[in-house]
Design a protein around this ligand. Structure first.
Ligand code: ADP
Length: 588
């Protein structure tokens, strides 16, 4: 069979697969060995039949030889099945181990990519790769080794045997095979398109399904059921078309293989028969060789199946490698230590795609001081927080923590120095205590409770029937926005990092909740270096410096009093804020 099917080089794909499994080469070699032995044994019924036919046509007929042939054939088949099963068992072990390695590698990769990676990839797509595509790759790898061993050895042996008995019959048998190789090569061409379309649509389906599950409430609230169903219907319809194309591509060469398989036997059978009738070949030799030729017969089916599998593996590898090769945030081999808890941005710029969202930003927060970022939505405040935590790297300029460029320090060291309290708090599936323990996994129950008290969360936790053992996250209890915020504060308290990045929640359910959270934050912020993204301007009356960010630039800076007096952008924001607040107070 041709090595290339429309640009898919099957040889290199096989090499990449073997490379992935190389760590388990001992088991793999054993699997190849047992697979090959099974392949040799698979010839036994044909050889036994051949011998038996040969013996039957001798004079006198040796019934003992024929009986032995029958027995050997049966034992050979049993041995083949057992060895093939064992070979598959071994290759599954290798493939499962490789599957685990790949999943670990991808999970570690996700820990190291810039957050921007998640902007370009849907959750469904990543889930699809980590769960389904790696599963399919495993299945392919597990079957490939025994199938390749079986496909190569038995046909070659049977051909050699026939060639030794009568080379003319061997040539007769090989002629349609060569023709078949040419035809199959053409049929298998253009297989890459249907295979890729099929995989693409599978990934899209995973995205749409995840989105449907995530967006149930939003879709209903906005009466978007019809549109959501429309999107799903489109993807499912495409799925049907693409799976159809893919099956056509799989079925047509498969059917052709079966036809060719019959024709090679027919060719040897009919032309060989004429030769026997003409007395060029002995009838017993002819009959024996036809029986042995059945052992050659699976060659097409196997090669077609293997090429097909390899092509699919090629697509899977491409997709998995896309994630494996994703760019990571570069790290230093000899990271620098962080000296103190100061923060400095020097002439920092940042882009999303080709849009500049921060330009030439410079500011400093000394250890123990507090800086507030304010300004219109989209001004770049969250991006600044992302850069300080090094979830992204700057396009130009430098972000320093404790005097060191964040790109030069070890990521673990950086994250040890910084605690985050974000607006959208992610609750993991696990107990409430475990969720708080995210700040310090080794913390004792007493420490967790102390952190929850400091975060003003203990009281609401105590009212839950299962207290700190309440299950949260997917399938568990949901919490209100204010309660989630307090869990997030408890995490930060427990983490006890010298730097705090705080994204003030924009909305609270009630003033009581707001007061609790303000108290908790004030306690958490004490003695730390703080950068707060502030929305409620009265909470930052006492911070050391306020930066007003608009369109990625600092448009004003100073203390609260300075800025109110300066009558600039902050003063207008303050006036509007005061007015709204007064309105809210009067209303309540
Ligand atoms: P703020 O926190 O002040 O509201 P952000 O830092 O979130 O501002 O956003 C700054 C700009 O960057 C905005 O114009 C926003 O649309 C854009 N932006 C934010 N996140 C992304 C993203 N993941 N991909 C592309 N653009 C983004």
């Amino acid at each position: 069979m041709s090595d290339s099917t429309n640009n898919v080089q099957l040889g290199p794909v096989a090499k990449r697969l073997v490379g992935l499994m190389a760590r388990y080469r001992g088991l793999m070699l054993l699997s190849i060995f047992t697979g090959s032995a099974a392949s040799v044994l698979s010839l036994s019924p044909y050889l036994a039949t051949g011998f038996a036919v040969f013996a039957l046509l001798q004079n006198p007929v040796s019934w003992t030889v024929i009986l032995w042939c029958g027995l050997a054939g049966m034992l050979g088949v049993a041995g083949e099945k057992a060895l093939f099963g064992f070979s598959t068992y071994l290759s599954h072990k290798v493939a499962f181990a490789t599957q685990r390695d790949l999943r670990l590698e991808l999970a570690e990769k996700l820990e190291r990519v810039p957050l921007g990676f998640m902007d370009d990839h849907s959750k469904g797509e990543i889930r699809n790769t980590m769960v389904d595509e790696i599963e399919l790759l495993e299945d392919g790898m597990a079957h490939l080794v025994p199938e390749v061993s079986a496909a190569i050895i038995a046909p070659i042996l049977s051909l050699l045997l026939i060639a030794v008995i009568d080379w003319r019959l061997a040539i007769l048998m090989v002629l349609p095979t060569l023709l078949g190789v040419l035809i199959m090569g053409r049929l298998m061409k253009n297989g890459e398109g249907p295979t890729r379309d099929y995989m693409d649509i599978q990934a899209r389906m995973a995205t749409v399904s995840t989105e449907m599950a995530d967006s149930i409430a939003t879709v209903r609230a906005f009466n978007q059921e019809a549109q959501a169903m429309g999107r799903a219907r489109d993807v499912f319809a495409q799925m049907r078309v693409f799976s159809g194309n893919w099956v056509n591509f799989a079925v047509i060469p498969g059917t052709a293989a079966q036809v060719l398989l019959t024709s090679h036997l027919m060719f040897l059978g009919s032309v060989g028969l004429l030769m026997a009738a003409a007395g060029w070949v002995e009838v017993s030799i002819y009959a024996g060789c036809v029986a042995v030729a059945f052992g050659f017969g699976d060659l097409f089916g196997s090669i077609q199946g293997i090429s097909h599998r390899l092509m699919r593996q090629h697509e899977l590898l491409e997709r998995i490698d896309h994630l494996r090769n994703a760019r990571e945030l570069p790290t230093q081999s000899e990271p620098a230590p962080i000296a103190d808890a100061s923060i400095a941005l020097e002439d920092v710029s940042f882009f999303y795609g080709d849009r500049e969202v921060l330009s030439g930003l410079t500011f400093e927060v000394s250890e123990g001081r507090c800086l507030a970022l304010v300004g219109p939505s989209g001004g770049g405040k969250s991006t600044v927080a992302r850069l300080i935590g090094r979830f992204q790297d700057v396009a130009a300029g430098t972000v320093r923590i404790g005097g060191q460029d964040v790109r030069d320090v070890a990521p673990q060291d950086l994250h040890r120095h910084i605690a985050h309290v974000f607006q959208d708090v992610f609750l993991f599936h696990g107990t409430l205590a475990d969720n708080i323990r995210l700040g310090r996994p080794e913390a004792s129950d007493a420490d967790v409770e102390a952190a929850a008290r400091a975060a003003r969360a203990h009281d609401f936790i105590s009212t839950l029937p299962e207290g700190y053992d309440t299950m949260l996250g997917e399938g568990g209890l949901g919490l209100s926005g204010g309660e989630r915020q307090r869990i997030s504060i408890a995490r930060a308290v427990l983490k006890d990092a010298p730097i705090l990045l705080l994204d003030e929640a924009t909305a609270f359910a009630d003033p009581e909740n707001e007061a609790l959270i303000q108290d908790a934050i004030a306690e958490l912020a004490r003695g730390r270096t703080v950068v707060v993204i502030a929305h409620r301007l009265h909470t930052i009356a006492n911070v050391d410096e306020i930066l007003v960010l608009d369109e990625g630039r600092i448009v004003e800076r100073g203390t609260h009093a300075d800025l109110v007096a300066a009558d600039g952008p902050f003063a207008s924001m303050w006036a509007a804020y005061e007015e709204a607040r007064g309105f809210r107070h009067n209303a309540s």
